[in-house]
Design a protein around this ligand. Sequence first.
Ligand SMILES: Cc1cc2nc3c(=O)[nH]c(=O)nc-3n(C[C@H](O)[C@H](O)[C@H](O)COP(=O)(O)OP(=O)(O)OC[C@H]3O[C@@H](n4cnc5c(N)ncnc54)[C@H](O)[C@@H]3O)c2cc1C
Length: 364
Amino acid sequence: MVLCTIDVRENVSLAALTTFDVGGPARYFVEISTETEAVSALSFAREKGLDHLVLGGGSNVLISDEGFPGLVILNRIKGITVVEEGGKILATVGGGEDWQDFTDLCVASAWQGVECLAGIPGTVGASPIQNVGAYGQEVSQVIVRVRCLETATGKAVTFDNEECAFRYRESIFNAREVGKYIVLSVTFNLIKGGAPDVKYRELERRLSGIRSSTLVEVRDAVIAIRAEKGVLVRTGYESFKSAGSFFKNPVVTGAQFKNITAIVAGNGSSTWAWPLPNGDVKISAAYLIQCSGFDRGYCKGTVGISPYHTLILINGDGASAREIVDFAGEVQQRVMDRFGVLLHPEPRFVGFSPCPTEMWNTFN
Ligand SMILES: Cc1cc2nc3c(=O)[nH]c(=O)nc-3n(C[C@H](O)[C@H](O)[C@H](O)COP(=O)(O)OP(=O)(O)OC[C@H]3O[C@@H](n4cnc5c(N)ncnc54)[C@H](O)[C@@H]3O)c2cc1C
């Protein structure tokens, strides 16, 4: 195993490295830009008996006020290699590349496959972790393989698409193998000159004046919708301190769905419920939250709900991680009381003991 010198710092504040802008310090902190540095960072953590946390853009984490007592590894491994085969583009992208830059590159190069995922903050290496998705696309539709370092051994391993076990906001990396791998690079299969993939109602409506839209038009429409909802973390746009959607959309059985429709009698379900082939129904978490008494713009001290989207919990100004967790717990409890549905959080909770999500999971 090749090791190299790495610049490990101590007691580094993490709040500014997250989009929630909360959280205490990392006991140890290192920024890596090569695979060898990643191996060396893992070796450092092993020698000191420390846990590690990989951080990309910090847009899907909630770090406790006490911080993280182990080694935070900030992934900045860059590089893009492109191979063209027939009309297909195989792009292998370093895990530390910026996701928005990558989607911009794809659109500018007329590579179809990620145009609806434009504007999602974070890094390429995090995109498979929760199988990022938006406006009718999921990244799992274009991922060929994910190259990782196994944290226990420091050895490189590659997972093909099937092995990643992608589902809605889920993969092996955030389900059964949490923390076991560092994503070094992701290989995407894109279609050169392909027509954009528009099947999301809101996006279709936005593009309705355009007969056959281009990738650029679709990307621009997605960016415009995101900007209006305050979920575009880009210079020059208004956004809130958040981790995007705080809860996943729950999936309920047909019988549970009947109960829910009875509770909200009179409200048609076409915009907040999506039947699945097996008879289950995916429900809009935002709708359940709204029907539980939390409107857009609701505030409780320094924490609240975005004025543009009920699913986005925000740090109004100067909130602590504890205040955000308590507020999220209150939202979750009210939805449980009203509908009997447990909302699962989307961001990863870091440095909490006990972890609030474990306490919340005891609801059912
Ligand atoms: C305003 C806003 C809008 C958003 N919109 C969407 C959306 O539309 N769709 C969507 O799916 N998500 C959305 N998100 C969530 C978030 O942007 C994505 O989940 C993104 O992929 C996280 O990337 P990151 O680099 O910031 O990850 P981080 O927040 O740094 O990390 C998230 C998790 O992934 C792990 N991780 C990160 N990088 C690696 C790596 N290289 N190897 C191993 N583990 C790693 C971390 O340990 C952590 O568990 C949004 C967030 C915000 C703030």
